[in-house]
Design a protein around this ligand. Structure first.
Ligand code: DCP
Ligand code: MG
Length: 655
C-alpha cells in the first residue's frame, strides 16, 4: 500500500498494516534528490532572524544581549519597528511610541534608523533624525547589508551542488534541504543505495534500523496518540537530518556574525514558516508529518501564510469561524462552491497543512524602490527634485551592490509614481543601454519622468513620490554597439501602447514655452527634443512654484554633469569646471571615452527618432498597491518536548 503523499494524511493505518516495512518507497527516496514537491519525504526549513533590525543595531553598537533595545522610526507616526526580546519582556511592542516604551522600561535603548538627508550623499545615523521626518528619509541599507552577509553565510554552509535557498524577505529564507538530506541518508544508510527488489521503485523501503531519534534541543511538536506509539519512519529520519543542517547554519550565523535566529523544519513551506515562529527566540521547531494535524488544530486561519489579509477575512465571514479545527469539517465541494474552484482547493489544502509550492532559489532582486510619503505634502518641483536626488542615490548605491558596475546585472526600466489628492500617476521609461549607469543618469531620468507627470495636469500638493527600477537583466556588456541604444521589442511595444495622447491644443506652444525651448540648454536635450511629443506641455501646464514662476524642470541640467548642480545653482551655488564638452548639448565629461560614448548615444537616438518618431517615455495610471501585512504565526501554547527522546525510543546510531 502506498502512503499518502501529503503530510497529515491517513498514515496511521499504513503503519498498522505494514509494521515491518516503511510507508515510503524507493521512488519517494529518489524523488528527494530531484526536489519533487509532492514527496512526503521532502524537507523544507524556514529560518527567521529574531528581532532582526534590533539585533543589527545591537551587533553594530556592541550592546550586550540581555539589554533591552528597540529600533525607532520617527517619533509618533511609526514609533518602534523592531523590539528585542529583553524589551519585549517588559511589555514593549510595535504599538508603543518611545515615550510609552521608556515608561515601561526606563533602561531601554531606543536607536533611530539611519536616514538619508537632503544634500548628503550617503545615509547616516543621526541624533536628530526622529525630529526630521519632513527632511529625512529612512535608509534600510545597514539591515540589507547584514541580510546579505547572513544569506552568503547560509549558502557557504550548504554543499554547493545540493542547495536551494529562497530569500523570502530581509530576515527570512526558505531552504529546500531534500537533495542534501538524500545524499546524507545514502551515506549513513548504505543499504538505501541498493536497487529496489525486483527493480520496482514502488517497493517499500526497509524500516530505519532504529526506534529512537535524538532531537537534541529542538522543539518537537507533539504527536497524537497513535503517532506516539509508532516507531519512526524515513520521513522522521529525513527531517532529523534536515534539523541537523539547520542547527549548524544557526550556530554559524551566531558564531560568525553574532545573530540569533529561529527555524521551522517540516515537509513544506507553509508548515516550516509556522514552525519558525512557534518558539522564538533562538529555537528550532520540528513538525513531523504525523504531528501536522495536532500542530495545526490550534491555529487560527488568519495566522497562516497568505491568509492574513482579505482572503482570510472572507473565509472567516463565509464559514463563521477562524479556527482551523472547525474548517476541517468543511467539505471540499463546499469550499469550492463558496470560494471558487482554485481558491477553495487551496484553502482546503492549507488547513490540512498541504502545500506543494517550490522553494525558488532565484533570490535575485527583481526591482528596487525608493519612496517617501510627505507630511506635510510637498508643494514645489524644487522640493520634489531634492527627493529625486536622494532616491537616485539610494537606488544607485543598491545597484552598485547588485553588481551594476561590473555589468553583472542591470535594470532596464525606471518608473516614477506620484501621488496627488487621491490619484497616483506613474511614468515609466527604458533605461538607455550603452552608457555606464550612474546616479546622475537615474536622477535625470527621474526628473524627466516627473516633468512628464507635471505636464499632464495638476500635481501639487504631492503626498507621495516613489522611484523604482526593474526589469533586471544579467550580464549586459557595456559596449553593445548602436543597436543597444535603441528601444526595441517589448520596450518599444510598451511605449507604443502607453504613450499619452497629446492634449488638445498642446501642439502649438505658447510664447512662454517657445521662449523656453529657444534658450533651454537643459535636460530635454539629453533625451533629444524630437523624442518627446509633449515637450511644450511642461511649460503649458500652468504649474507654478511658490514664487509664482513657471516650474523650470530640467533647466541647466545635462546628462552627465551632476544633475543636482542645477538645483544648487538655483540656490546660488556655482558649477565645477570640466574640459570635455559635447558640441550638441554642452554636457561635460570627465574622460574622452565618456564623451565618445555620449556622442554615440546622440547618433543612435537620432536614428531611433527618425525610425519611429515616438517618445521615449510611457505613462500609466495605477491604483495604490495594497500590501499584504507580514503574517505572524503566533503559534499555540502547546509545548514541544525539548531534548527528550520519544517514548520507547533510544538514540539512533548512524552508520
Ligand atoms: N519590520 C518593520 N515593520 C513591521 C514589521 C517588520 O519595519 N511592521 C522590520 C523590522 C523587523 C524586520 O522587518 O526587525 C523583520 O520582521 P519580523 O516580522 O521578522 O520581526 P522581527 O525580526 O523584528 O521579530 P521576530 O523575532 O518576531 O521575527
Ligand atoms: Mg524576524
Amino acid at each position: 500500500m502506498s502512503p499518502s503523499p501529503m503530510p497529515g494524511g491517513s498514515s496511521s493505518a499504513i503503519h498498522g498494516t505494514a509494521a515491518q516495512r516503511s510507508r515510503f518507497t524507493y521512488r519517494h527516496l529518489s524523488q528527494l534528490a530531484s526536489y519533487q514537491t509532492t514527496n512526503p519525504l521532502r524537507v523544507i526549513a524556514h529560518i527567521d532572524l529574531d528581532a532582526f533590525y534590533a539585533q543589527c543595531e545591537m551587533v553594530r553598537l556592541g550592546v550586550p544581549e540581555d539589554k533591552p533595545l528597540a529600533v525607532q522610526q520617527w517619533y509618533a507616526m511609526q514609533g518602534l519597528i523592531a523590539i528585542n526580546y529583553p524589551a519585549r519582556e517588559a511589555g514593549i511592542g510595535r504599538h508603543c511610541n518611545v515615550t510609552e516604551a521608556k515608561k515601561l522600561c526606563p533602561s531601554l535603548i531606543a536607536q533611530h534608523v539611519a536616514t538619508w538627508r537632503e544634500g548628503d550623499d550617503k545615509w547616516a545615523y543621526r541624533d536628530d533624525a526622529a525630529a526630521n521626518i519632513a527632511k529625512d528619509k529612512v535608509s534600510l541599507d545597514p539591515y540589507r547589508l547584514q541580510s546579505r552577509k547572513i544569506l552568503s553565510l547560509i549558502k557557504e554552509t550548504l554543499p554547493p551542488g545540493l542547495q536551494r535557498v529562497e530569500k523570502a524577505s530581509i530576515d527570512e529564507v526558505y531552504l529546500d534541504l531534500s537533495a542534501q538530506v538524500h545524499s546524507t541518508l545514502i551515506e549513513r544508510f548504505p543499504e538505501l543505495a541498493s536497487p529496489p527488489p525486483y527493480d520496482d521503485s514502488t517497493e517499500a523501503l526497509p524500516l530505519p534500523p532504529t526506534s529512537a531519534l535524538d532531537w537534541q534541543a529542538d522543539a518537537l511538536v507533539d504527536l497524537d496518540e497513535e503517532g506516539e506509539s509508532a516507531d519512526p519512519d524515513w520521513d522522521d529520519v529525513a527531517i532529523l537530518v534536515g534539523s541537523e543542517v539547520v542547527r549548524e547554519i544557526r550556530q554559524r550565523i551566531r558564531r560568525d556574525l553574532g545573530y540569533t535566529c529561529s527555524a521551522g523544519i517540516a515537509n513544506n513551506k507553509l508548515l516550516s514558516k509556522l514552525g519558525s515562529a512557534f518558539k522564538k527566540p533562538n529555537r528550532q521547531t520540528v513538525i513531523r508529518n504525523r504531528a501536522v494535524a495536532m500542530f495545526l488544530g490550534d491555529f487560527r486561519i488568519t495566522k497562516m501564510r497568505n491568509l492574513g489579509g482579505k482572503l482570510g477575512e472572507q473565509v472567516v465571514s463565509i464559514f463563521g469561524t477562524d479556527a482551523v479545527k472547525n474548517l476541517l469539517d468543511v467539505p471540499l465541494e463546499q469550499m469550492k462552491q463558496k470560494l471558487g474552484d482554485e481558491t477553495g482547493l487551496w484553502v482546503y489544502n492549507t488547513v490540512r497543512g498541504i502545500d506543494t509550492s517550490e522553494v525558488n532559489s532565484r533570490t535575485q532582486i527583481k526591482s528596487m524602490l525608493s519612496a517617501k510619503s510627505f507630511r506635510p505634502f510637498i508643494q514645489t518641483s524644487e522640493q520634489a527634485f531634492k527627493w529625486l536626488k536622494i532616491f537616485a542615490a539610494d537606488i544607485y548605491a543598491r545597484l552598485v551592490e547588485e553588481g551594476v558596475l561590473e555589468n553583472k546585472r542591470r535594470p532596464r526600466t525606471i518608473t516614477l509614481h506620484h501621488r496627488h489628492s487621491s490619484q497616483t500617476h506613474s511614468r515609466q521609461a527604458p533605461i538607455p543601454l550603452g552608457q555606464k549607469l550612474s546616479q546622475e543618469i537615474l536622477f535625470n531620468l527621474a526628473v524627466e519622468l516627473l516633468r512628464q507627470i507635471m505636464a499632464h495636469g495638476s500635481v501639487w500638493p504631492c503626498a507621495n513620490l516613489s522611484l523604482s527600477v526593474g526589469g533586471f537583466e544579467d550580464g549586459i556588456k557595456g559596449n553593445m554597439g548602436i543597436s543597444s541604444f535603441l528601444v526595441k521589442g517589448e520596450d518599444a511595444e510598451a511605449l507604443r501602447y502607453t504613450t499619452p495622447e497629446p492634449r488638445r491644443g498642446s501642439t502649438e506652444p505658447d510664447q512662454t514655452s517657445r521662449k523656453r525651448r529657444a534658450d533651454d540648454g537643459g535636460i530635454k536635450r539629453f533625451f533629444s527634443k524630437r523624442s518627446f511629443t509633449d515637450d511644450s506641455r511642461a511649460w503649458e501646464s500652468g504649474d507654478r512654484d511658490r514664487s509664482g514662476s513657471p516650474i523650470q524642470v530640467g533647466d541647466e541640467h545635462s546628462c552627465c554633469r551632476d544633475p543636482w548642480q542645477s538645483v544648487l545653482e538655483n540656490h546660488g551655488v556655482g558649477l565645477s569646471s570640466t574640459s570635455l564638452v559635447c558640441s550638441r548639448c554642452n554636457c561635460c565629461f570627465a574622460t574622452s571615452q565618456d564623451l565618445q560614448s555620449h556622442e554615440d548615444w546622440h547618433m543612435a537616438k537620432d536614428l531611433q527618432d527618425k525610425e519611429r518618431g515616438t517618445p521615449a517615455f510611457a505613462e500609466r495610471t495605477v491604483a495604490p498597491r495594497t500590501l499584504n501585512p507580514k503574517e505572524r504565526s503566533a503559534g499555540s501554547s502547546r509545548r514541544g518536548r525539548g531534548g527528550k527522546a520519544e517514548r520507547g525510543q533510544s538514540k539512533l546510531k548512524f552508520a
